[in-house]
Design a protein around this ligand. Structure first.
Ligand code: GLA
Length: 710
């Protein structure tokens, strides 16, 4: 006799079949089913049938598959009992409904293998308001001998047949967010990250039906909320079965569960959309805003002025004051002093670990600078890299054994730094005391928490410890946040290598990339925003030529891209021409007038037939919208295809305003500039079907379009 459980949330239903033995099967995940839907009949229709060269009892994919009794696909759990085997055979499955005030409908699923003494506890929550699924798995050793755990998936998701394509991301330093889309091969595809950080390629992927795009088609988007090594995989078998799996990576020998012990995975998050990738954002963004981002970050997102690309390591107090003056004059609201402020730090080879102001640079400490910044009406933020230590530091000289290392082996550096062993409580205590003292004695509103190397060898106390090191980082951050709840944290890792939803439970935003080149940033923002809302992705106006790519871009274009993230400036304002300063000031003012909309509304991406891009935010009540019409490469066609807007009400009229400052070179090609001196009225239908014929031929053109429903 089979039983059925369903989870319902915002336009979707997820149904599981619970067989007398084994893990539940995914019966359905798609548009909402009627409360009366007959799951029994549906299940009977989809019952696996016998076929040649298969076990006598048909084995079909389920949500926690294991090896040993006929399943040949990927295992959600594998390992071996000491002196025994690892052939897991789940007996009866019990399912309870649990009350989850935060997420709504949830199932707690228990599976037991009495022979091996294993018990798996899975939780599947379907967020009522967004339809986002949150899953975690926990394995308990209820037996009498240790169990060596080899892998444990946070989510194993049998995929529907339409999910034929994979969308994943490739990245490197300053090169985050390069999408790769391809047909899922028969066999297995995996993105494996062994860096001990979320990584430049991120922890998100999607499976899609062929032809799915921004606005149309079915998509399942998947994300692993884990700031460490991990695997995102899809395995397809020759019978058409396909399963996606997300897990934190375990090193051999890392998790040896003694009798009575358990191990829990990070959360995996997923959603179904039948409205393409824009439908994915429509589910994830409200969920992340409500259930993930820390509460303290709910105020308006202040305009940052970050010192890094303005002065790098080359500063003294006077220079920083001048930088702050210039930034305040442009409209900045927070001054973030980046790398270089602490003991002995003149370049990237010394000082990490000694979180006290450098006495030569700041003879009277940080307070004179903080007071100066406060006098300009800004609050103050500071860069730290707590997980790291330079060999040339007081901390390393006092505690050379505090870094992650394999005893007796080399300690290979990266950016001349080593990773501190945060699996150790004494190391965490020390770092907590230093950071607590810093925050307790200065008016610091913000920490940019960086992490500029990968973990290798991931060893603590002579054992593989990638998990414990990553969790130690969370513990340190949690403790500091509990003591200083009003201090906002930004997660940065050589740019965008820490963009995941577990760090975003602690950090108000992530630094999207070290690429401040607006052309690169447009791509990075576009793909980071598949899961994360705009306000949580830092985006700054950088210098031109850009220090990393050498590309020269107009201020209006650089600012328009930054405006579609959490905006900031990261340059020396004194080096800008008067015209550039005026443009920057105007764009920052525009950001301030639009941020309430940008940071609460629904985001859409789109493009025109000739490759111009659209990013557009529509207010929750549909009353206002802001669109960014954008071209990165010159158009092949002399006359641009009109850019169709998205998300408007076809039956309403809108007052449409081309917001100044306009892109100077493109404005000259406006057919009737006078027409746009004041807002014009058009119907939602014509804006969405006919589109706006704006001059968008030249590369690096950006128009900002304000819309108000009439
Ligand atoms: C990393 C960060 C940069 C900057 C530097 C400072 O690369 O991503 O934004 O803070 O470190 O060293």
């Amino acid at each position: 006799m089979h039983r059925y459980e369903r989870l319902d949330g915002e336009g979707v239903t997820l149904a599981l079949t619970i067989a007398p033995r084994g893990a539940p099967r995914l019966l359905y995940w798609g548009p909402a089913l009627a409360p009366t839907a007959d799951l029994v009949a549906w299940d009977a229709l989809h019952a696996p049938s016998w076929r040649e060269a298969q076990p006598d009892a048909p084995v079909s994919p389920n949500i926690f598959p294991v090896h040993g009794f006929g399943w040949m696909g990927p295992a959600a759990l594998s390992g071996c009992a000491q002196g025994g085997d690892g052939a897991v055979d789940w007996g009866a499955c019990s399912v309870r409904r649990i009350l989850d005030a935060q997420h709504g409908d949830a199932l707690a699923i228990t599976l037991r293998d009495p022979r091996l003494g294993l018990r798996a506890e899975l939780e599947w929550h379907l967020d009522a308001d967004s339809g986002v699924l949150a899953c975690t798995s926990e394995i308990h050793n209820d037996g009498s001998v240790p169990f060596a755990l080899a892998n444990l998936a946070a989510l194993s998701l049998p995929l529907p047949r339409w999910a034929e394509e994979i969308l994943a991301f490739a990245g490197d330093w300053a090169l985050e967010g390069h999408p790769q889309r391809f047909r899922a091969p028969i066999g297995s595809w995996a993105q494996i990250n062994r860096t001990g950080r979320t990584g430049f390629s991120g922890a998100s992927m999607a499976v899609l039906e062929a032809g799915a795009g921004d606005e149309q088609g079915r998509v399942l988007a998947l994300h692993l909320a884990w700031s460490g090594s991990h695997r995102l995989g899809v395995e397809s078998s020759s019978d058409g079965g396909r399963i996606a799996q997300l897990e934190a990576l375990l090193e051999p020998g890392e998790i040896l569960l003694a009798p009575g012990e358990c191990h829990r995975t990070p959360f995996a998050y997923a959603c179904f959309s039948d409205a393409g990738l824009n439908g994915v954002m429509a589910r994830f963004h409200p969920f992340v805003r409500r259930a993930i981002l820390p509460r303290a970050s709910s105020g308006p997102r202040r305009v940052h002025a970050n010192s890094w690309e303005g002065v790098y390591f080359d500063f003294d107090l006077e220079k920083l004051k001048a930088l702050a003056d210039g930034a305040a004059a442009l409209g900045a609201e927070r001054f973030v002093l980046d790398d270089g402020w602490f003991c002995g730090r003149r370049n990237d080879q010394a000082g990490l670990g000694d979180w006290r102001a450098d006495g030569e640079r700041f003879p009277q400490g940080l307070d004179p600078l903080i007071a100066h910044v406060a006098g300009l009406g800004m609050d103050f933020g500071l860069w730290v890299e707590p997980e790291m230590v330079n060999e040339n530091s007081d901390l390393y000289r006092a505690h050379p054994d505090w870094c992650v290392h394999a005893p007796g082996a080399a300690r290979p550096g990266m950016r001349q730094q080593l990773w501190l062993d945060l699996a150790r409580a004494d190391v965490r205590d020390h770092l907590f005391a230093q950071l607590d003292a810093l925050l307790g004695t200065h008016e610091i509103a913000y920490l940019k928490w960086d992490c500029n190397r990968t973990v290798f060898p991931a060893v603590s106390a002579k054992k593989p410890a990638g998990q414990a090191i990553a969790r130690g980082g969370y513990q340190l951050m949690d403790r500091l946040r509990a003591r200083h709840p009003r201090v906002e944290i930004e997660a940065c890792a050589s740019g965008g290598a820490r963009l995941d939803l577990e760090i975003l439970k602690r950090a108000a935003r992530v630094w999207g990339s070290d690429a401040t080149d607006a052309q690169e940033r447009a791509r990075i923002l576009r793909w980071a925003s598949l899961i994360v809302p705009l306000e949580a992705i830092g985006a700054h106006i950088g210098p031109s030529p850009n220090p990393i790519t050498g590309r020269q871009l107009p201020m209006q274009f650089r600012a328009a891209i930054a405006l579609f993230g959490h905006m900031g400036i990261e340059l020396d304002p004194a080096k800008l021409s008067a015209q550039e300063q005026e443009t920057a000031r105007a764009m920052i003012a525009l950001y301030k007038s639009q941020r309430a909309l940008l940071h609460s509304g629904r985001l859409y991406h789109g493009f025109s037939e000739d490759g111009a891009q659209l990013a557009m935010v529509v207010a929750e009540d549909g009353g206002r919208a802001l669109a960014l019409a954008l071209r990165l490469e010159a158009s092949r066609e002399a006359i641009c295809a009109p850019l169709r807007l998205l998300g408007l009400d076809a039956c309403c009229d809108y007052s449409v305003d081309l917001l100044a400052p306009w892109p100077a070179h493109a404005a000259k090609r406006l057919a009737q500039p006078d027409l746009w001196r004041a807002p014009r009225i058009f119907s939602g239908a014509s804006l969405m079907q006919g589109g706006l014929p704006l001059p968008l031929n030249a590369p690096h053109t950006a128009w900002l379009i304000g819309l108000q429903r009439r």
